[in-house]
Every structure is written in structure tokens, then in C-alpha cells.
Design a protein around this ligand. Structure first.
Ligand SMILES: Cc1cc2nc3c(=O)[nH]c(=O)nc-3n(C[C@H](O)[C@H](O)[C@H](O)COP(=O)(O)OP(=O)(O)OC[C@H]3O[C@@H](n4cnc5c(N)ncnc54)[C@H](O)[C@@H]3O)c2cc1C
Length: 478
């Protein structure tokens, strides 16, 4: 570890949890940070946008967020949040105190985080970054120091401005650009087609026959919501092992109008959707719940960083491109890690490397390490598109934080809580979020933090529509 700290001028692109966490880490390390945010507020995905991208239902017509109106968190509130800023229910009893609250509650938490750490004065809202490229050197020097020109569009239409930074941290998220399957006839099918990115409310599908493609988190959630209003809902899934949990099969059997179907073979001009087994339905709409592609349209690295089948690379430890480290870094490309903790650890590492407190291996060593990592994943049979999927590998996450920046390990009770929550989601996809039974793990965790000593705040549980009140469970909401 080196000793003298250097202050850098850092631009963070994006004010979601990753970008805001990065801003705080930069400040803590003494850097001068500016966060460029294209939206009119902070929160990223959690800033719900009712606009449905109607003009471009299979792409993005400007909306960043993919959150739908009824969405509730699928991670228990005790286990997510920044390492030193617990996601408690609101002390005054307002908000949504449930363990799996609605999306607005997490937005409230993000805003509270901003206020608590005075981050808003670093954030430039309505500032969309349109170009990030290496700044030309005035002195013609070639000592390996790279600076960056950041061009962004300001609030007034057509205005752009440029600024030079010592470093850029990319924190633009990964759930905005739809990843679509290629299906015969898709281009000619004239009925409704949209990606889950553009799904907001079920009303428009009332009495319709809807085919949902994919049965991961969004596919399951949307199918179970739609079957309450649609005439029929067909979920089309690839026949890969484990693609449908026993719990989901059970949920399907509980609804007369919900059906599982094989992969789609083709779409016909008369509205028929033909499945791989030759069966078919005439559908009014298809919703592709098929995931997202990484996208960094503003980034010009002259080929040093590419996106190939959802592998962003090369990235040393999913963070630094060896050829441009440490002045360019990414803090939000990993999947299935505990958020925003993992991003927080990445950002702390970046901040400490920029200040000179920590050093990186040579570019050659970093590149070798990335190549070894890719090889190991390939040998393990992991498809390229899952390069950044950490699959809740606690050992990797804990070691990452400890090794790179002395970040605390995730408490064991939180790991257990996350696993039990995942199991519950698989076993009871319809009711898992409404299960208020507290586990001993949570109580143990709260006690170990000294949070069980005070009086429980009076809280109300509200349903998604913000209407009906339910009796609070004092054990859950301490
Ligand atoms: C439907 C859905 C449900 C989810 N549910 C959960 C859950 O229950 N629990 C959980 O932990 N996670 C969940 N997630 C994952 C969620 O994305 C993360 O929790 C978190 O929001 C990621 O934060 P981020 O900062 O990386 O990205 P984002 O939240 O996407 O923020 C990125 C920010 O960058 C800005 N930006 C993008 N491009 C530019 C540009 N060119 N210039 C300036 N600004 C730019 C965007 O406007 C945005 O504000 C869910 C995601 C989706 C889509």
C-alpha cells in the first residue's frame, strides 16, 4: 500500500445506487467528484417512470427505468443497503415498512442516503453524457497518464458542454437496453409486442391472450399479475433444466388461465404463436421477459473495452480495463451480488487506487488474470453472456472486498436470510413476499447490532396501492 494520497477530479456517470455509492467513496478518499445524471432525479431504476416507451416497445424510447408499477423488492430489506446505512423503515411510521417493500420505498432509502451524506451538491441532474474519450495531451507527453473529456447535454435542448477529468467511473446500470430473442416471423407479427422494459401496468391487457417469453424474475412476476386480468396467459420457456421451479409449476396449476408452453417456433401474420411442439395459440400480445444487454453508447475507448455477448471486457475483477486503469473504471456490471454493497466495495477500491493508497498489478498481469478468469468460467460451462454473474458466491464477494479495500465481510445471518428468501421465492412465487414470519436469523442479527434494545417504532403496512392498512409485525419492523 502506498502512503501519500493524491486528490483527483473524478466524473461518475449515473446517479443510481452504484453512482451515488461511488460518489460517497470518492469524497471519503478526498477526491473532487461530479456525478452526471441524465434524469431529473437520483435513484436510477428505482425512479419509477410511468412512460411506457409506447413509441418503441421493443427498444428504449428514452425511459431508463424498467420498474413496473406493482414491483416489490425481491431481496429482504435487512440484507440490502449500503454497509453502514441500514434500510430501516421510516421512523415516523410512513412509507412501506414491509420486508419486501414496494419500489418507492427503496427510492426513499436512496434519497435518504444522499441527504445523509450530502451528495446532492455533487450531482448534476438532467446532464446526459454523450461522449467520454481520452483527452488529448497539451504537453505531448506519453507517461501513461490518461485524462478524459466528458461531453454532456445540458437541461436546455441542444446545449452541450465538455469538461476534462482525471478519472471516469461508469455507473450507468445494466437493465435498460432490451435483449431480444430472434424468432421466425417476429418482424412481420402485427399484434402487440413489447419487452418487459416497457411493461408498467396490467390494465391494457384486460381480457387479452398474452404470451410471456421467459420465466425469470420479471417473467414470473408479470405472468402472475396478468393472469388476474387477461383471458389467457401463456409462459413460453426453453426446456433447460431448472428453468421452472416446482413452486412455479404449482402456481401455474392454481390458475385456470395460466399455461406453460415450450419455446416459440414462429409467429404467424394471422396472430398465431406456434410453439416448438407444434401447438399454438392466437395471441393479442407478446411480452419478452428476456433480459438486458450492457450498453455504453457514450464511451469511446478505441476498442480497449468492448461488449461481446454481454461480456464487458476485458475488465480486471469486473472493474478496471487493464489498458486504461485506473483512470477508467466500471462499478455496476456484476449480477447476482448483494446490492449496493458490492458496488460500494468496488467504488472504495477505485477511490483508493486513484488516490495512490493502493496499487494495481501491471496491465499485463491484470490482462492475464482476466483471461484466466474467462477460461475458468468457460471450463465450468458458464456461457459468455454470464461472465459477470457472480451467483451470490459469498466467498468471492467477501474476498473481493477484503483483498482490495478492507471492506467488511457480509454477516452470516444476512447470507442465510438471502438464501432462505431465494428458496422461498422458488417454492412460493406468489406468496413469498407476503410471508411475515420472522426468522431467528434476523433477530440474531438485530441483537448483534444492538438494534433490538429500543422500542419498536409504530408502523403501518400498506399494500401496493397505498390503501389498506395491516397490523404491523413488531418483530419484523424493529
Ligand atoms: C425490474 C427490476 C427489478 C429489480 N429488483 C431488484 C430487487 O428487488 N433487489 C435488488 O437488489 N435489485 C433489483 N434490481 C436491480 C437494480 O437494477 C439494482 O438494484 C440497482 O438499481 C442498480 O443500480 P445502478 O446504479 O447500477 O443502475 P441504475 O439504477 O440503472 O442507475 C443508473 C443511472 O445512470 C444514469 N445514466 C445512464 N446513462 C447515462 C448517461 N449517458 N448520462 C448520464 N446518466 C446516465 C441513469 O439515468 C440512472 O440514473 C431490479 C432491476 C429491475 C430492472
Amino acid at each position: 500500500m502506498a502512503s501519500s494520497k493524491k486528490k483527483k477530479k473524478v466524473c461518475v456517470v449515473g446517479a443510481g445506487v452504484a453512482g451515488l455509492g461511488a460518489a460517497r467513496e470518492m469524497r471519503r478518499e478526498g477526491h473532487d467528484v461530479t456525478v452526471m445524471e441524465q434524469g431529473g432525479g437520483v435513484g436510477g431504476q428505482w425512479l419509477y417512470d410511468p412512460a411506457t416507451d409506447g413509441g418503441d416497445p421493443l427498444g428504449t424510447a428514452g425511459a431508463h427505468s424498467s420498474i413496473y408499477a406493482s414491483l416489490r423488492l425481491n431481496t429482504p430489506r435487512e440484507a440490502i443497503g449500503f454497509s453502514d446505512f441500514p434500510f430501516f423503515p421510516n421512523k415516523d411510521g410512513g412509507g412501506d415498512a414491509r420486508r419486501y417493500p414496494c419500489h418507492g420505498e427503496f427510492l426513499r432509502y436512496i434519497r435518504d442516503f444522499c441527504d445523509a451524506f450530502g451528495l446532492m451538491d455533487a450531482v448534476r441532474l438532467n446532464s446526459r453524457v454523450v461522449h467520454v474519450g481520452v483527452a488529448p495531451r497539451d504537453d505531448g507527453g506519453d507517461d501513461g497518464v490518461v485524462r478524459w473529456v466528458v461531453r454532456y447535454e445540458g437541461e436546455a435542448v441542444g446545449t452541450t458542454a465538455e469538461e476534462v477529468f482525471d478519472a471516469v467511473v461508469v455507473a450507468v446500470g445494466q437493465y435498460t437496453r432490451p435483449r431480444l430473442p430472434t424468432i421466425n416471423g417476429m418482424d412481420k407479427w402485427s399484434r402487440g409486442q413489447l419487452h418487459s422494459h416497457s411493461y408498467r401496468v396490467p390494465d391494457t391487457f384486460k381480457d387479452q391472450v398474452v404470451v410471456i417469453v421467459g420465466c425469470h424474475e420479471s417473467g414470473k412476476d408479470i405472468a402472475l399479475e396478468l393472469c388476474k386480468v387477461a383471458r389467457e396467459v401463456h409462459i413460453s420457456v426453453k426446456p433447460t433444466a431448472g428453468s421452472i421451479s416446482a413452486g412455479m409449476s404449482k402456481a401455474v396449476s392454481n390458475h385456470h388461465n395460466l399455461h406453460l408452453q415450450p419455446e416459440i417456433d414462429c409467429l404467424c401474420e394471422d396472430g398465431r404463436v406456434v410453439f416448438a411442439d407444434g401447438s399454438g395459440v392466437v395471441a393479442d400480445a407478446i411480452i419478452y421477459c428476456t433480459g438486458y444487454d450492457y450498453s455504453f453508447p457514450f464511451l469511446d475507448t478505441a476498442g480497449a473495452v468492448t461488449v461481446d455477448d454481454n461480456r464487458v471486457g476485458p475488465l480486471f475483477e469486473h472493474t478496471f480495463p487493464p489498458a486504461l486503469a485506473p483512470s477508467l473504471s466500471f462499478v455496476s456490471v456484476t449480477k447476482l451480488v448483494v446490492l449496493p454493497r458490492f458496488f460500494e466495495a468496488q467504488a472504495r477500491w477505485v477511490a483508493q487506487v486513484l488516490s495512490g493508497r493502493r496499487s494495481l498489478p501491471s496491465p499485463e498481469e491484470m490482462l492475464r488474470s482476466v483471461e484466466e478468469y474467462h477460461r475458468a468460467r468457460e471450463v465450468a460451462g458458464v456461457p459468455k453472456r454470464h461472465t459477470h454473474n457472480i451467483a451470490f458466491d459469498w466467498e468471492y464477494c467477501d474476498e473481493f472486498g477484503e483483498k482490495h479495500c478492507g471492506f467488511p465481510r457480509l454477516e452470516e445471518w444476512k447470507k442465510e436470510l438471502i438464501w432462505s428468501s431465494i428458496r422461498s421465492t422458488l417454492d412460493h412465487p406468489e406468496s413469498c413476499r407476503d410471508d411475515y414470519h420472522d426468522s431467528d436469523l434476523v433477530l440474531e442479527g438485530l441483537r448483534s447490532k444492538g438494534w433490538l434494545t429500543g422500542r419498536a417504532p409504530a408502523m403501518q403496512d400498506k399494500d401496493d396501492s397505498g390503501g389498506e392498512e395491516r397490523a404491523p409485525n413488531p418483530q419484523t419492523h424493529l
